[in-house]
Write a protein that binds this ligand. Sequence first.
Ligand SMILES: *Cc1c(COP(=O)(O)O)cnc(C)c1O
Length: 388
Amino acid sequence: MTASPRPAPEFPAWPQYSDEERTGLIRALEQGQWWRIGGSEVDSFEHEFASYHGADHALAVTNGTHALELALEVLGVGPGTEVVVPAFTFISSSQAAQRLGAVAVPVDVDPGTYNIDPAAAAAAITPRTKAIMPVHMAGLVADLDALAKLSADSGVPLLQDAAHAHGARWQGKRIGELGSVAAFSFQNGKLMTAGEGGAVLFPDEGLYEQGFLRHSCGRPRTDRGYFHRTSGSNFRLNEFSAGVLRAQLKRLDSQIDTRERRWPVLRELLAAIPGVVPQGGDDRADRNPHYMAMFRVPGIGEERRNSLVDELVARGLPAFAAFRAVYRTDAFWETGAPAETVDELAERCPHAEAITTDTVWLHHRTLLASEQDIRDTAAIVADAVAGL
Ligand SMILES: *Cc1c(COP(=O)(O)O)cnc(C)c1O
């Protein structure tokens, strides 16, 4: 392949911080209480995060995987139950269900949006299903109309895996206004971060109270006599992380605005490259926060896709291979797999199979760069794809 004639684009660093984060850390330090029960940073962050998303209750937790585990547990997921998950997602979506002793049932995704296919989800529901878990892939919101209808018709609650979707909106509604539980991650790469961290939004007080107890060893907030009311674990976020997250939340909106302006430009340039198909969105989603810039090269095959990623990285792009279908990992088969073979699952999930092998994603800091950098990015992709 020929070397790119242009210098590599300059993407902003990630994570970003300023005096706001610094002040938050020092505030927590000087408070002299470094855990949530004694301090006020986690409490304040929860109120700010809930109100930003239009939810009544937020619970901050240690990370996004624990957020999913806790949310599923509160929804009654445990041994003898099933959770419907997209086959194409980060492994935590299925692993959280399996960790609770439940069966994770992967279903296929839409080939354009990479989001869970509501018809496939409907077909997977049994009397044991306790939750349906859409993932808003790369921050492009899943079809929440069809999924809400499926949930209402089947009586099975939705749990939004919103690890990519801080600040998303669907038909004018924020994530917390949709009536379902939603789980977020604040891991280092996510759209707001404290290195690690997570949160759950609850639509009602009862679920929130259950969540609070279970995230703090089953212990009520004001308990002094060790009267642990439920089983649980310790998923409490510390005060330092919350101090940072309060600052991160303040910069989220302007970063989403930038990514929302950049993505249509990049998408159009990518779509013009022969053999390249960018991820498609849903017009009913009126705010997509854009966690990744994803595109497919249909038919490329895993090996050449991996070479393409290497080439893009060599030319300065933060490029990665897509997630593997969850059932294409050893981890998936250890516990809580459905009674199907990998071949049967693959046959049921042809789009997840294809996306696993033909998809590339670029880190969201690509979309925080200048419009010229976006043009240079697309030119590098075009060059690398032509050179395959
Ligand atoms: C990052 C991620 C998680 C897990 O979050 P952690 O904070 O890393 O535990 C869950 N689901 C999806 C889709 C993710 O991308």
